[in-house]
Design a protein around this ligand. Structure first.
Ligand SMILES: *Cc1c(COP(=O)(O)O)cnc(C)c1O
Length: 437
């Protein structure tokens, strides 16, 4: 083992050499060094504001649904490590990948039969887009290569996903001239419980009909738009999209990378609407936050279309495709999820967040407070002062990562009631501090 770095050495090297998400180089805001993590607690290398441990309100960006250092996931990783951590997937196969694929086919919406294992969410979206474009090319409709989505979405940071992220508020407007030009519908009306707005539904149908000849697919995040603005909409719009796509020969891609595996109260958010897509992307919570892994699932029809084309293969094959270590942990994580009353746990957290976030309702500068499943959001009337909001959360012993005008939380499903209340209080405090004085 090399000599451990002191905290100041670590921070100095980090600032000089290491990119962080959406960060400048050299870094401007000092990250918090984490030494370890167990259950729902991150253990810091040094105490901050009197706290050596922080309750994790973020699940490491939707992923660590079972908490950290979980004995079952550790065991799955250890066992697989001793067999093999990786072998190439070209020409070889192995039990972890096959088991995982079978399980995904079993638990995802009906009709999805084939699984492409990718190494990150963004790559799974690239693969989804490639599948759709190639499907239409193969069946003799090569002009169908644009995508339609609604505004306010987020689908990742690589090229195709960037082209369907929200073009205005999003992080990628810098590239608007360089990206493929997709078709954008207005943002879906707010509110999970709001009845469908008929005028909006008509608008969706009309747009799909008008562009049908050039559209390969509609791609959206079902029910919850995540990093594009943490907004919830009526599941009814998914049925509108499904019907319009079927009527006009357009494929439907659902990006459940954030919403999948129970987060919204349904195992997959598409389940709120009883809709099955032609192509589905999952990621984030897939490995319980242990390793990077995502998957693109498609129907037999899509796979057949591609197979019957002039180029019958899907030309995509990441070096670490099907990584056995990640697949073994993912399968164990799904086993853990399905063996418990996950819906009850998510409901419990939902109730706790509703109660604790009520304090922010009507507070100065708060535009909206919303909760769905194990997701709680406080939207401000201005950009959050990140440093002030983060500090306020840390003073409450909680880790949060606000963005834009949002202070939000999606705790691990194992978060106890007291910790949920603490996270809720920290969100309220961060919102108050984050709107400035
Ligand atoms: C996070 C996310 C992605 C991108 O996943 P990465 O693993 O970060 O590449 C895509 N779509 C949605 C809905 C996401 O939340």
């Amino acid at each position: 083992m090399p000599e451990p770095l002191t905290t100041s050495e670590l921070l100095d090297l980090d600032r000089r050499h290491v990119w962080h998400p959406y960060g400048p180089m050299p870094g401007r805001q000092e990250p918090l060094p984490v030494a370890s993590a167990t259950g729902v607690r991150l253990r810091l290398a040094e105490p901050v504001a009197g706290h050596r441990e922080l309750v994790d309100g973020m699940s490491s960006w939707w992923s660590a649904i079972h908490g950290y250092n979980h004995p079952v996931l550790n065991e799955a990783a250890r066992g697989q490590l001793e067999r093999m951590s990786h072998v190439m997937f070209g020409g070889l196969t192995h039990e972890p990948a096959v088991r995982l694929a079978k399980r995904l086919v079993d638990i995802t919406p009906e009709g999805l039969e084939h699984v492409f294992l990718a190494d990150s969410g963004s790559v799974s979206v690239e693969v989804a887009v490639k599948m759709c474009l190639q499907y239409w090319r193969s069946v003799g409709r090569p002009d169908k290569r644009r995508l339609l989505t609604w505004r306010g979405g987020y689908h990742g940071d690589t090229w195709q996903p960037m082209s369907v992220c929200d073009p205005d508020g999003g992080m990628h407007h810098l590239w608007s001239g360089a990206l493929p030009r997709q078709v954008f519908a207005p943002r879906p009306p707010d509110g999970f419980d709001a009845g469908p707005d008929e005028a909006y539904a008509r608008r969706l149908r009309e747009l799909i009909a008008r562009h049908a000849d050039e559209l390969a697919a509609v791609i959206v995040e079902p029910v919850v738009q995540g990093a594009g603005g943490m907004r919830f909409h009526s599941p009814a719009y998914l049925r509108v999209l499904r019907e319009a796509c079927d009527a006009h020969g357009v494929l439907l891609v659902l990006d459940e990378i954030a919403t999948g595996f129970g987060r919204t109260g349904a195992l997959f958010a598409a389940g709120h609407a009883g809709v099955s897509p032609d192509v589905l992307c999952v990621g984030k919570a897939l490995t319980g936050g242990y390793l990077t892994l995502a998957a693109t699932l498609c129907t037999g029809e899509v796979a057949r279309g591609i197979a019957e084309g002039e180029v019958p293969v899907l030309a995509h094959g990441p070096t670490f495709m099907g990584n056995p270590l990640a697949a073994a942990v993912a399968d164990a994580s799904l086993g853990l999820l399905l063996a418990q009353d996950w819906a009850g746990e998510v409901k419990r957290i939902e109730a706790g967040l509703r109660e604790s976030l009520a304090a922010a309702e009507g507070a100065p500068g708060v535009r909206d407070v919303r909760v769905l499943g194990a997701i709680g959001v406080v939207e401000l009337d201005r950009e959050v002062d990140m440093a002030a909001a983060t500090r306020a959360a840390v003073e409450h012993g909680v880790w949060l990562r606000p963005f834009r005008d949002l202070v939000y939380t999606m705790p691990p499903y194992v978060t106890g009631d007291e910790d949920v209340a603490r996270i809720g209080a920290a969100v309220c405090a961060a919102a108050a501090a984050g709107r400035g004085r």
